[in-house]
Design a protein around this ligand. Structure first.
Ligand SMILES: O=c1[nH]c(=O)c2[nH]c(=O)[nH]c2[nH]1
Length: 286
């Protein structure tokens, strides 16, 4: 039997970087987590132990810190592209770079004081290859939303194991995990992010839901219709179940007012919405 090397990539994962820009007494804060994956001519290191083509992951980590100092971070999509193009342009053996960044928000509390946002995490995923192709996927995760009514779930398939009661009124809650693909470069990734976030929240709040699947589609559709330049969005929505507690043993009614918030198991609803004319995704989602 003969075997051969399969797909491989390597890089420094989760470089945590906090960057303070000092504008006199007023400071600005960026807090990110950068993960780099490089691939290319890596047969020798795997097959013979020759490290000549391997830019150490330690160097990759140093580059993240040095680039923050030299160029600032700015929009994470731009910082990620700067890193990705650097590795492909400067390392002969590197043919493809994948850079993923998470950004944690801090709200200003004073000129040099901040409060960590408990809310969502902003994300991006960049691919860049030796032919100059670049794809940009922006995103967010852990955006927790809840409607106390306006949600139904009935008419579903039933078999011998079904015990779920149909309902015309329930809590609908989820932690939005969304990633969206840009067809071109927006004027500002920051403005684009704010628009998509608003579209997702508006659609969640304003859709009378017959299922989380229907809400997912409404959120994706609203994003594509209102956010120019976004050609595809993928959503993962955990159904954060809230079960009305049976209070009848205590002689009490419960008209959808007292709930048990279960954390697991949870339904996981996933799906994408894309423009009919969306350009080919290539390696964007990998
Ligand atoms: O919105 C829902 N979609 C489902 O697929 C499902 N399945 C389930 O048990 N509850 C729900 N709710």
């Amino acid at each position: 039997m003969t075997v051969k090397l399969g797909a491989n990539r390597y890089g420094k994962a989760e470089t945590r970087l906090v960057h303070v820009v000092k504008d006199g007494p007023v400071h600005h804060l960026k807090d990110v987590n950068v993960s780099i994956s490089l691939s290319g001519d890596m047969e020798a290191v795997h097959l013979t132990g020759d490290n000549a083509a391997v830019l150490p992951t330690d160097t990759q980590k140093n580059t993240v810190y040095a680039f923050a100092r030299k160029y600032g971070i700015g929009q994470i999509e731009v910082f990620a592209q700067r890193l990705a193009t650097h590795f492909v342009a400067t390392q002969e053996a590197i043919r493809h770079a994948r850079v993923e960044i998470e950004e944690y928000g801090w709200r200003r509390q004073g000129p040099h004081s901040f409060v960590r946002d408990g809310g969502e995490v902003r994300t991006c995923l960049i691919h860049h290859d030796e032919d100059g192709r670049t794809t940009v996927v922006s995103g967010l995760k852990d955006l927790v939303v809840l409607n106390t009514t306006g949600s139904e779930f009935h008419g579903f398939a039933v078999d011998g194991y079904t015990t779920l009661e149909p309902t015309t009124d329930r809590i609908l809650a989820t932690a939005v995990h969304a990633r969206w693909r840009h067809a071109g470069e927006p004027a500002s990734y920051g403005t684009s992010y704010a628009q998509v976030r608003q579209a997702l929240l508006d659609a969640f709040a304003n859709t009378h839901s017959r299922s989380l699947q229907q809400t997912l589609y409404a959120m994706g559709e609203r994003t594509l219709l209102t956010c120019e330049g976004v050609c595809e969005i993928r959503l993962a929505l955990p159904n954060k179940h809230h079960f009305a507690v049976d209070l009848s043993p205590f002689g009490l009614t419960n008209d959808n007012e007292v709930f048990y918030a279960a954390d697991r198991p949870y339904g996981l609803i996933e799906g994408g919405v894309l423009r009919e004319d969306a350009p080919d995704a290539g390696f964007a989602w990998e």
